[in-house]
Ligand binder design. Structure first.
Ligand SMILES: [Zn+2]
Ligand SMILES: [Zn+2]
Length: 131
């Protein structure tokens, strides 16, 4: 089950819809690999084969701010959880830069999620997405 987070800037009219979380079929590795480019797919496969036998993987679409172009978007992320440590091994974003994660709590609190066009705090709405 995922969520849709809708961000709306009352100052400049900027509007961003973000689909986050994971769908029902996203526990299937072949389906999940399809969300990533070939470079990331290879990184994921290498990370899985070098992880310990108790490691598990997880997939989620997460909200990030791209540090290069300051876009806010929801991107596929691939996690390996080993020894209670959640490690993100791949993020599928074509900006070529690094990313700052924005949690739903950050959005609700109004921190860490400013309109990239004008810098004002977004209004938000969150709806459940059943797929
Ligand atoms: Zn704005
Ligand atoms: Zn990016």
């Amino acid at each position: 089950m995922g969520q849709i987070v809708s961000l709306r800037c009352e100052n400049c009219g900027n509007k961003i819809d973000l689909q986050i979380g994971q769908g029902i079929r996203d526990n299937n590795l072949d389906i999940v690999l399809g969300y990533f480019d070939v470079t990331s797919q290879n990184l994921i496969k290498d990370s899985l084969s070098s992880a310990g036998k108790d490691a598990i993987w997880a997939y989620s679409r997460m909200i990030v701010s791209c540090d290069v172009n300051h876009n806010i978007q929801a991107v596929p992320t691939f996690h390996i959880i080993e020894n209670r440590e959640d490690r993100i091994v791949a993020i599928n974003c074509n900006c070529g830069g690094t990313h700052t994660f924005i949690s739903v709590d950050d959005i609700i609190n109004g921190t860490g999620c400013k309109c990239p066009k004008c810098g004002k705090t977004f209004k938000y709405s969150i709806s459940e997405l059943w797929d």
